[in-house]
Design a protein around this ligand. Sequence first.
Ligand code: ADP
Ligand code: ZN
Ligand code: ZN
Length: 751
Amino acid sequence: MPDTSDKTATHLPGRVLGIAIPGPLRDLFDYLPARQPPRHGWQVGLRVRVEFGRRQLVGVIAELRSDSAFPIEKLKPVSEVIDEAPLPADWLWICQFTARYYQHSLGDTFAQAMPSLLRQGRALEARTRERWSLTDKGRITEPASLGRATRQIALLELLAQHRHGLVHSAITAQGFTRQQLETLRSRGFIESREEPVTGATPEQASKGVLAEPSLALNDEQGRALSRLHEGLSRFSPTLLEGVTGSGKTEVYLQLIEAVLDRGGQALVLVPEIGLTPQTLERFRRRFRVPQVMLHSGVSDGERLDGFEAARSGRARIVIGTRSAIFTPMAKLGVIIVDEEHDGSFKQQDGLRYHARDLALVRGKQEGIPVVLGSATPSLESLRHAREGRFTHLHLHQRAGRSQPARLHPIDLRGRMTLGGLSTQSLDAIEKRLAQGDQVLVFINRRGFAPTLTCHACGWIAECDNCDARMTLHRHPPQLTCHHCERTRPLPDACPACGSGDVRPQGAGTERTEELLGEKFPDVPVLRIDRDSTQRKDAMSEALAVIRRGEPCLLVGTQMLAKGHHFPHVTLVVVVNADSGLYAADFRALEQSAQLLVQVAGRAGRAERPGEVLIQTRHPEDPNLLTLIQAGYPQLAGELLEERRIAQLPPFSHLALLRAEATDQQQVEQWLLKVGSALRQHIDSADLKVDCLGPVPAPMERRQNRYHAQLLLRAAKRGPLHEAAAWLVTLCEQDRDARRLRWSLDVDPIGM
Ligand code: ADP
Ligand code: ZN
Ligand code: ZN
């Protein structure tokens, strides 16, 4: 043991350990090394247990310091070192980048980026399983020579059929017991060894990476793939733009094949809603290599195992949602972000990172290709592509024979609607059902009706806690606020004037479902929204009905718009296209155009051309017409030009300071105070940053708390980050800040 009292030790880095501790504070906390050093010395990236206040917490050594700002004798030693080796270097790097870029606590970033079992101090090691196989003696023994031990004979015969042996669970699944295995082992016929749960089985390792042949690519796909091949050994960001069904996934699969052949690993990010069993199944069918799937249904144990298998290199493909960007990978060879425009890549609370942006950062650091795929690319990615920073590849045709869907506006002005549907739409639905097709009705509101109103006095059911209307639900019958989950029983009469003429206003999924059920009693009506899919198997049961291909009606929210393939749907009705066209957020138009195109992509995937009816009260809206007549790329180009003129992202960079409190005045005054301090700093440091606001948040009152915000805008990221870092430090030190909640969002989406 080294003598820590030795004078020469005082200037060594590592005299003090800077520990990142889960929690909001961005500073590291100083501790002393424990008396007993870890086997390979003190290193950045080792997890340690420390006493923090009265609790024992798991932190990560983030710096070896030679001194502390605190008196050394007051520092506590760490209680325990958990790891022998530091956490993976690539993982530490991306966490450190993320914490710095998003102005977030490093300890909290580490905690969020690691599986919960690691957070609790579990060792980072592979789970193993037992594999049984015949010994040399077992191989030459005639099973029948075992006489009357019939189960043991059967067991020997079973193992004789499997050259690479069988895992324990596969044997017990056939009714054999450990007792029987142990008996055969003690007689020297069989043996067992441990192998990692996630890893190539001997059968897999002896064959190639492909489990099924890949498809012959069409010309466009072939050209795209060969361009991607050219960039395999360096950082090469690519935007792969192609309509739904144009064969992007097939291109990803064949690119991944090339990466696997070179010994690399692939990381595939998909939107929350896109991680369907269909997608996973497609990867499983294609590749024989070990794959890790990270989604909300994965247990803590599996998550830890996946993390370990990826960092050791045993897992060759990792597919997951947003947080999978924090998977350590030994030989990362490509990152693919499917549906890169999707909002679910941005985390909207706590650590507000954007997984697509981090994918680019990670790809650059690793010197590997990053492929962003979409039918409706984000304006951010489009700008990079147009200015030549990304390779821009297109897939125009749909793979196979299917035709693109045709879009038609349906004018709702002055027309009667039933359950939200115009007679024109209902006629079209009837015709398609009679032809034996399936129809999808897309409606952005769950519940029965968006609200309840009194026709005598104009009263509207509003939430007491929020600046929002309450949604009417039928199952169970009640009013619910979708922002705070508050519920209220249905009133018998108007609470304002006592009139009995209280009616639902507008249509939600439940009301449309009900109407369609009455109109078309002979076909099944399947509703798919957050309420109907609460039950675990509801979604897969509905999908099974849809896949059978018999006529049916699907009514659903965005859950239906992405990821799923509905080859028998030939008509899509969009109940209301207007909310997105006229929203306040500068991104609303981009997002609703993306959604419309995604929904339209559900129609006509097989031989039959699809049709999309877009119900609107603004059929002459220029943006809507551009989308319908010229398509998304044209509209996106126009929107980009508008953003450039208005100096909005992607032509500027934003950071948003949000604050909330129960007292409206308090929030405003606090933001005014920090805002004016920030402006002074911007002036004196001569930063090219605008500070706008404070202004109330779009929904000012939510859950009885008042929300307001301060916006920072700059043409360049550098000054923006300097200003943002200064601001966060100010807020952290400000005493008044403790009486409210605040957060900083770098590159905010949805303001
Ligand atoms: P995207 O990811 O762009 O939506 P997919 O890769 O899922 O497109 O392709 C859509 C459908 O076309 C799938 O059923 C796929 O199997 C099929 N497909 C893709 N590429 C080809 C090809 N080259 N030849 C035949 N079928 C293809
Ligand atoms: Zn009334
Ligand atoms: Zn509410």
